[in-house]
Write a protein that binds this ligand. Sequence first.
Ligand SMILES: Nc1nc2c(c(=O)[nH]1)N[C@H]1C(S)=C(S)[C@@H](COP(=O)(O)OP(=O)(O)OC[C@H]3O[C@@H](n4cnc5c(=O)[nH]c(N)nc54)[C@H](O)[C@@H]3O)O[C@H]1N2
Ligand SMILES: Nc1nc2c(c(=O)[nH]1)N[C@H]1C(S)=C(S)[C@@H](COP(=O)(O)OP(=O)(O)OC[C@H]3O[C@@H](n4cnc5c(=O)[nH]c(N)nc54)[C@H](O)[C@@H]3O)O[C@H]1N2
Ligand code: SF4
Ligand SMILES: [Mo]
Length: 702
Amino acid sequence: MTHNADNSFDSTSDNTFHNNKATSQSGKNPVPPLTQSTVCPLDCADTCSLEVFTEGETVTKVRGGAANPFTRGKLCAKVVNAFPAQVHGDLRIRTPLLRRDSLGGRDFQAISWEQALDIIHERFSQVASEWGSEAIAPLYYGGPMGILAGGSMDRRFFHKLGASLIDASTLCAGTSGHAWDTVFGDAGGIDVAELAEARLIVVWGNNITTCNLHLTTLIRDAQKRGAKLVVIDPKRTRIARDADLHVPLLPGSDVALAYAVTAILDASGDLDEAFIEEHTHGGDQFRSAAKAFDLEHAAGLCGLDAGLIEALADMFRKHRPAAMSIGVAPERNRNGSAGIRAAFSLMAVTGNIGPHGAGICDVSRFFPIDRQRLSRPDLAPENTRTLNVLDIPRYVLDPGDETPIKALFIYNHNPVAVHPQQGRMRDALLSDEVFVVGSDITMTDSMTCADLVLPASTHFEYGDIYKAYGHRYLQRSRPVIPAQGEAVSNMELFRRLAARFGYTEAVFQDSDDAMIHQAFAATDSSIPEKADNRALDMTPYAKPAMLRGGEFTTPSGRIELYSEAMEAHCGQGLPAYLDPPEKRDFVLVTPASELRTNSTFGGIEEQQRDILCEIHSADATAREIKDGEVIELFNERAAVQLTVRISDDVRQGTLYVPKGAWIADSPTGCTVNALLPGHQESAIGGACYYDCAVDIRPPPKG
Ligand SMILES: Nc1nc2c(c(=O)[nH]1)N[C@H]1C(S)=C(S)[C@@H](COP(=O)(O)OP(=O)(O)OC[C@H]3O[C@@H](n4cnc5c(=O)[nH]c(N)nc54)[C@H](O)[C@@H]3O)O[C@H]1N2
Ligand SMILES: Nc1nc2c(c(=O)[nH]1)N[C@H]1C(S)=C(S)[C@@H](COP(=O)(O)OP(=O)(O)OC[C@H]3O[C@@H](n4cnc5c(=O)[nH]c(N)nc54)[C@H](O)[C@@H]3O)O[C@H]1N2
Ligand code: SF4
Ligand SMILES: [Mo]
């Protein structure tokens, strides 16, 4: 690890940190250790309550907090080491930094906040006057999950500025969300806790033990009480090992599988005719489309033994109610929307929606957050354009006749590490044509590409309020240590910028506390107090679930197995199966790592142990590859070298590398994201991370 070797900002960061430590360690000013409670801000379904041990300004330890009955004092292993390292490590950004010289260099000089704000004001104003304000764009995604830090004052600022709007949902969950809206409208699903009442639990493309840790116990307890568990996943994950049935389909073939099961159940008279009649739209069309996926054909498309598909149908036939936890993995290919719609539709045609213990997990209806009030879209000029975040490199590198992007502001995001087509993103950020501002906690791959870097606070340094996407509890957090160095929260950053840009509206002076209240004022303004330092069960505020009082807001007012809107939008009134657009020997899948959250905790040495490529033993033997050897994965976009781990948990013909490595930790000068294709799925233009065809070869000698 040589991250700090040539970092000119290091002296500043080290001084501040060691001074603090010296004070507490020398005993001159002994500061008693303190335990305080807060919330994990990472992009993770579980949103755990944390207990944080601090000495003076230093976070010394974190452990699970008791506040939340769902997370029950347990947390994942990765944060225990990584949080203290993230807050106090060498890569922490502590002052504004201006790039001094050449492209991609790490040579930055510390500047004052005042200088930084002046530079941004000057450069953004220049761009706006020459190209129009839409030539400026924010570049954000899911860094902190706090409701304020995730999107409040920042959005107000960019709206007022008239910057291009971005749709970043294409990076994650947007395709699934769109599929949900298509089939169910905004009717809500079931709370995850209800999996405990199901007789059949279907885990579909969701790595429970890595990504939804606290569901594991709940599922295992249900199994002990006799529930059956089915896991539909190309990889034998840990939860798949415990399953009654594991269906290791080819990535991207979910739509064929769901249709095939529908066809089998239809043929044996086991669909829920009354439910289809009463609650669905397009039942006949869906069923006749399913007939095209006869067993042999579907088995071929899914790369499965026909017997496994029959066994899956049998599970639906014999065990009710069935409940499903579906991950985002099935959306990450050209059939993303179709696969998810088909999986939802299978739950409908088998009547597994409505009864207790039946349904699809989704807790979004539990959190009545007033996003409009927080982000104030009304401040934006009318008809401001919206760009798919995946297209940003194109707007920089080859905009054609459209308004180019000439200034970018990266925050809550590490685009270089997480976007497909990494090479294009890097070229765009390093282009002389664009002025790049970045704000982050840590000197990431993306920050090293920025012209101006701003120091962001960690969640230990500011207060926020957290919903979850894996349970129904809300919790407010308070800062547990002061801001490190000159770091500021996103809220404070954009308040300062708004002031520098001369925005005088009262909304730009709102305090964090005021915004937290605004988020819930329309429902119950006492919610933030009730959730202060404890987890508030949001059941009393939840909208009713579908078929439990919740209406289907689809055009037909029913569950849409056929969608006229999708037919008009992309010719997929029914979910359609498309073949992979590229073919090579292997499909590369790059799912969640147990050591990082996306690319957060990249750059911390202990969190990089899993940057390996898993291959099936038959594939390894055929190519005379041994465990521990280095191989090169390549396609027309890039070549990446990785150490091999032979594992029969992955299917033949697939390779697995966990996501979130940094270029800084990669000997080949790029990560697997450089191999990922740029095509987008058809419903919303979502990223097709797992449609990645690669070949392998020995690394070049020398
Ligand atoms: N430790 C840790 N936890 C995380 C994250 C992290 O980076 N690290 N990331 C967080 C984020 S942002 C998200 S969105 C979630 C993601 O968590 P999940 O929704 O669980 O998604 P993935 O990790 O992408 O993949 C889950 C499983 O889907 C399988 N899979 C791949 N392709 C397909 C397919 O086409 N069909 C089917 N049926 N299965 C497929 C993979 O083999 C994998 O086991 O996790 C969150 N939690
Ligand atoms: N190969 C591959 N790539 C993928 C995926 C995949 O499955 N395979 N999955 C994707 C998924 S699921 C997702 S969600 C995206 C995630 O993509 P990102 O949301 O970009 O996730 P991170 O890489 O964790 O980067 C978040 C950054 O925000 C910073 N940050 C945290 N808090 C703050 C704050 O308060 N202020 C500021 N200014 N910065 C902050 C963190 O330090 C971190 O650098 O990646 C996608 N990329
Ligand atoms: S990453 Fe997830 S499991 Fe780990 S502490 Fe945070 S919320 Fe909990
Ligand atoms: Mo995600």
